[in-house]
Ligand binder design. Structure first.
Ligand code: HEM
Length: 507
């Protein structure tokens, strides 16, 4: 008698099967009672038609991305289905998609511990390691604890440094009114200022001529861009990423890590020498110098710096770009802003003065509403849990969330809901902020324990750059090749797909 049909094999197989059936039944009963206790009802709307893998959604998303209409069409899905929460599936992954503030508050704050980042860590990991932007649980908590005090200071942003970088940017803006792409300059300005603030060494890309491409800083800036784009490719390839050959991506990672390591080692050396010599602290705030006071773990410092560079660079540049795209189309808004800034009588603004520019604040808020720089985001349920809305025929009942479900949320769609912002929700209208005091329905910087740490830094930099441009130029004119119809340039953040082509008239 062969082993395969021995009585022992039957007993073992039977016991295993009974165990599986028993645990399945137990899970089913526990879930049924959990669903009842929480008053959950099923979600009536599902987007994917192909039930197993959701191939139809994958194909549609690729087409939307190629036509630069991902955000607009995602928003349309809510409209077409007449709900604010629906079910979906992509590459087998069960998903719940929502633009309901109460649901988003629940994921990010009230039931924060029920969620993690899920697969996102594999995509971001090679560049960012275990830094704040890419870790969960205990590791994230330690990172937040290390970094938060550095952001809690009132005046973390250095206005003098911003002005130095601004003056370099100014040299690239033609004074004869010919067309310039401001978006391209904003991206250079923010990497230059962020690297100075973080590493105590600026990439100085605004100082370089177009063919000055082979110095160390330019090589880093290119490698960082490549490594960042590679994150998106990894997110798209998902579990199949291991099939991809990617020598250029691996080289980019090595270049980025080596570049930052050099500054970390230098900062540690300098800190030790200063401690020995009993030298007092420098007045100027430099992030890397603060970190080496707190830890001498080189890899940890490098990871955190890389995380903050990624979190802070494209976001601020995109905010400036999206806002200038809108105001270049509106001479009336430019005139109002110039009137407000005239109170400075041509001087550089102080922090206090920047904070008090009310109309400028409305313009920034409105840009972040119509074009939230992080337009979509998601979390992964690590246990069975509940969302307060989305269940039942009217979507008003609680909705059960199975462990292993991705809950994706769309600030872009939420910020354009007419029930919150009125029938003109799609319009760029800074004046609406005169009376608007939104809660969770306005979420450009996220909320809850993982709220953006750099909000003040970003708003200060964007305000400063805008004020300086208003002081230097009396008029702005849009030269958008698409006639002023904004097209999305969607990567990890969203800016204008056609840049911000404008002509400026010196004041
Ligand atoms: C307009 C500019 C900005 C926007 C719209 C923005 C938005 C966001 C959002 C939505 C998140 C949450 C991401 C998530 O948890 O999935 C976030 C996190 C973060 N942001 Fe910003 N950000 C901006 C600028 C900055 C700047 C300038 C810095 C640093 C100098 C920064 C540092 C961070 C950090 C460190 C986190 C991670 C916080 C954590 O997970 O605990 N951000 N930001």
């Amino acid at each position: 008698m062969g082993l395969g049909s021995s009585p022992i094999t039957f007993v073992v197989a039977g016991a295993l099967l009974s165990y599986i059936l028993f645990t399945r039944l137990q899970l089913y009963l526990a879930r049924r009672s959990f669903i009842r206790q929480n008053g959950c009802e099923p979600c009536p709307k599902r987007y994917n038609k192909e039930p197993l893998l959701g191939w139809d959604v994958v194909k549609e998303n690729i087409a939307n991305k190629n036509e630069r209409k991902m955000l607009e069409r995602n928003q349309k899905r809510f409209h077409d289905m007449g709900v604010n929460t629906f079910l979906n599936k992509m590459l087998y992954m069960p998903m719940i998609i929502t633009c309901e503030p109460e649901n988003i508050k629940t994921i990010l704050s009230l039931k924060f511990k029920d969620y993690s980042f899920g697969n996102r860590k594999h995509a971001f990991g090679p560049l960012l390691g275990d830094g704040i932007f890419n870790s969960d649980g205990e590791k994230w908590h330690n990172s937040r604890h290390l970094l938060r005090p550095n952001f809690a200071r009132d005046q973390i942003a250095d206005l003098e440094a911003f002005d130095r970088h601004f003056k370099l940017m100014l040299k690239h803006i033609p004074r004869d009114g010919s067309t310039v792409d401001l978006q391209n300059l904003f991206f250079k300005l923010t990497i230059d200022s962020a690297t100075e603030f973080l590493f105590n060494h600026s990439t100085n890309s605004l100082r370089m001529s177009e063919d000055d491409t082979n110095n160390e800083d330019a090589i880093f800036a290119r490698a960082f861009q490549f490594a960042q784009d590679d994150i998106i490719t990894r997110l798209r390839w998902n579990v199949f990423n291991f099939l991809r050959k990617n020598k250029e991506g691996e080289d980019a990672l090595k270049i980025c890590h080596a570049y930052v390591d050099k500054f970390v080692e230098q900062a540690i050396r300098e800190h030790q020498a200063e401690k020995l010599a009993g030298k007092p602290d420098d007045d100027r705030y430099v992030f890397i110098k603060e970190l080496v006071k707190q830890t001498n773990d080189k890899e940890r410092i490098r990871n955190e710096l890389m995380n903050i560079l990624l979190a802070g660079r494209d976001t601020t540049a995109s905010l400036l770009s999206n806002m200038f795209f809108q105001i270049a189309l509106r001479p009336d808004i430019w005139a109002k802003l110039r009137e407000e800034v005239a109170s400075l009588e041509g001087r550089l603004p102080t922090y206090e003065e920047l904070r008090n520019l009310k109309y400028l604040k409305w313009c920034l808020n409105e840009s972040l509403r119509t074009h939230p720089v992080v337009p979509g985001n998601s979390r992964f349920a690590i246990k069975d849990t509940v969302l307060p809305l989305g269940g039942g025929a009217d979507g008003k009942a609680p909705l059960f969330v199975n462990k292993g479900t991705i809950v994706a949320y769309s600030p872009y769609a939420m910020h354009r809901r007419t029930d919150f912002y009125g029938p003109d929700a799609e319009e760029y209208k800074p004046e609406r902020w005169e009376s608007l005091r939104p809660g969770w329905e306005y979420l450009p910087f996220n909320g809850g324990p993982r709220i953006c740490l750099g909000q003040q830094y970003a708003l200060t930099e964007a305000s400063f750059v805008t004020v300086r441009l208003l002081q230097e130029f009396s008029k702005i004119e849009s030269r958008d090749p698409n006639g002023g119809l904004w097209e999305e340039g969607l990567t990890l953040t969203v800016c204008s797909g056609n840049g911000v082509q404008v002509g400026l008239t010196p004041a």
